[in-house]
Design a protein around this ligand. Structure first.
Ligand SMILES: [Zn+2]
Length: 323
């Protein structure tokens, strides 16, 4: 077995790891886009450093773009195998890849309109290519061993990082010997507001480990409800102003909605209008609502008294720029 790294090694983003077996079978772990590495970024995303045509299978740890963002490109360049992941990862990947394709098409169009000396920019992939890639996805449940071939098996365990996120545990039989390889994917934190804590997993011969924040200790998560309540009350009721909160569409937005909903349940939510200005957030929130099995114990308790822990009075999702 040979393992090679084509991203997310000595840098962050672009997660792509190739496991090549002695019989030539190639398994790709994640196919992430490089992001935010300055001038180098475009070139890194343009060249895989391996032949997509030769990859047999892919396993996806989670739906963040730095882990799945180049899948449509992989398929456009000849990959035609199955892509294994959990159900929430597949659903999130669908909306995030479509969004990513749209942004790239718009960026390329913008660049071409402003390009001098006849240069031409093209999108890394189009919406059509994203749709084309999505047909290769295959759902695998957590904690159930999946047999790709009699010699290649894997299990996914909950990584507690974003809904559907998984650590991948591969078992390979070659030359009469079993070898286990664990790929951690991104690892979540203990005590997340919505998600379960990362699951422990069995020992492996080799562990490929995410270590982005490995050199620092996280502070304990502090409850955000009371701070939110105070800020909204001060700003909107006392000073008659507006509070604007930038938040990632997947994850952070749902945490904020959940905290505001908790204030409503306690009867202390300030009586003002609440807007989520992002159709992508709306879709992501719907996906999280469709998968209550990923919630931690606290959210499961709330569900007993409130069947929608992400909705409260005066909440509206904005659907268009005009709106
Ligand atoms: Zn991630």
């Amino acid at each position: 077995m040979h393992i090679t790294f084509h991203g997310a090694a000595r840098n962050v983003t672009g997660s792509k790891h190739i496991v090549q077996l002695n019989d030539g079978t190639i398994i790709l772990l994640d196919c992430g886009m490089f992001q935010g590495l300055g001038e180098k970024t475009e070139n890194l995303n343009d060249h895989f450093g391996f032949n997509p045509n030769k990859v047999d299978y892919m396993i996806l740890s989670h739906a963040h773009i730095d882990h799945c963002g180049l899948i449509p490109r992989l398929v456009a360049e000849g990959f035609d195998g199955q892509i294994f992941c959990t159900a929430p990862t597949m659903e999130l990947a669908r909306i995030l890849l479509m969004d990513s394709a749209r942004i790239q098409e718009q960026d390329a169009e913008f660049a071409n309109r402003h390009q001098k000396n006849g240069e031409h920019s093209s999108a890394l992939y189009t919406e059509e290519q994203a749709i084309d890639a999505l047909r290769l996805f295959k759902i695998v449940d957590y904690n159930e061993e999946f047999e790709i071939t009699p010699r290649i098996k894997f299990t996914l365990t909950d990584a507690g990082h974003v809904i559907g996120s998984a650590a991948v545990h591969l078992t390979v039989l070659e030359d009469g010997k079993h070898t286990t390889v664990t790929f951690s994917g991104d690892v979540g934190r203990y005590g997340d507001l919505l998600l379960r804590s990362p699951q422990t997993f069995p020992q492996a011969h080799y562990i490929l480990m995410e270590s982005t924040y490995g050199d620092s200790l996280h502070k304990d998560l502090e409850p955000i409800e009371d701070a939110l309540q105070q800020i909204i009350h001060e700003t909107c009721i006392v000073k008659r102003g507006k509070v604007i909160i930038p938040a990632f569409s997947v994850g952070r937005t749902q945490e904020l909605l959940y905290a505001l909903n908790a204030l409503e349940l306690r009867g202390v939510l300030p009586d003002v209008n609440y807007y989520v200005d992002s159709p992508l957030s709306d879709k992501a929130t719907q996906i999280i609502k469709d998968h209550p099995e990923v919630y931690n114990k606290e959210v499961t308790e709330v569900l007993k008294v409130d069947n929608d822990p992400f909705a409260f009075k005066n909440l509206r999702f904005v659907q268009s720029t005009e709106e």
